[in-house]
Design a protein around this ligand. Structure first.
Ligand code: 6PG
Length: 246
């Protein structure tokens, strides 16, 4: 287990470094146990990474038939909605690579939130049979300016969930529901990557990594893989408030 804090000059260099790491983790996982399970992040930051992974220079390095795609969180909207995290991944990556349709495990945001969460947890438990929590090969996460990650928002109920793998989380800040993996479900991963870009995230990065323990207001502090590696992959602006050396 290790924690690495890495800084890259700009968004493109960050995306390139993340693509190299995803390709390496995929090759290791497929070589070790015949498949690669990745939980995708939502939002906009992963777009550059997804587009890069869809480019032949990257996509030809991945055995997509052995890749299973999950999500770390989803908005409570249909898959064709502009806010859908599934739609973002489909448009930038999944429709451009030969991943098997049956290996795309979408959170069904079009269902009632509690029903969608129950259904997704059942799908995870059927896939990761026998595990106390889902042992993803990689969970890809973003970071909000309020230090939320996935849909684990400050002062929301999901932060306190210790048994479930997936929950519906009501987010007053957004006046909406979200679907999200829980903290223990994320922390059971073999590898977690925080992919964070932009000066607008610098304060949150600083507070999470250097500030006092305050997970209710800084939920990303809760992400500490129990038996896995944690990579903070930052562009220089996002790392701007970290002390020299990270
Ligand atoms: C989502 C997320 C969320 C996201 C952060 C950063 O569904 O929005 O999963 O946790 O990663 O809000 O979003 P940006 O990458 O758009 O800044």
């Amino acid at each position: 287990m290790m924690t690495a804090i890495e800084q890259y000059p700009d968004g493109m260099m960050l995306a390139r470094a993340a693509a190299v790491r995803v390709i390496a983790l995929a090759g290791e996982a497929i070589g070790a146990h015949g498949c690669f399970t990745i939980a995708m992040a939502g939002g906009n930051t992963p777009r550059a990474l997804c587009r890069l992974l869809a480019h032949p220079s990257c996509s030809e390095q991945v055995d997509w038939q052995q890749v299973h795609v999950f999500w770390g969180d989803e908005r409570c909207v249909p898959p064709d909605n502009a806010d859908s995290n599934y739609r973002m991944a489909a448009e930038t990556l999944l429709t451009h690579v030969p991943v098997s349709h049956g290996n795309i495990h979408r959170m069904r945001g079009e269902l009632s939130p509690p029903e969608a969460a129950r259904e997704y947890e059942a799908e995870l438990r059927a896939f990761f049979t026998g595990d106390a929590f889902p042992r993803f090969d990689l969970v890809l996460l973003g970071l909000g300016g309020d230090a939320h990650t996935a849909s684990l928002f400050p002062e929301t109920d999901a932060l306190h969930e210790t048994r479930r793998w997936t929950v519906a989380n009501t987010v007053p800040q957004l006046q909406s529901w979200r679907l999200t993996l829980t903290v223990p479900a994320i922390n059971s991963a073999k590898a977690v990557i925080f992919l964070v870009e932009g000066e607008n995230k610098a304060q949150a990065v600083h507070d999470v990594l250097c500030g006092p323990w305050d997970p209710c207001h800084l939920p990303a502090q809760l992400i500490t893989p129990t038996d896995g590696d944690l990579f903070w992959m930052l562009d220089t602006p996002a790392a701007g408030l970290l002390p020299p050396g990270g």
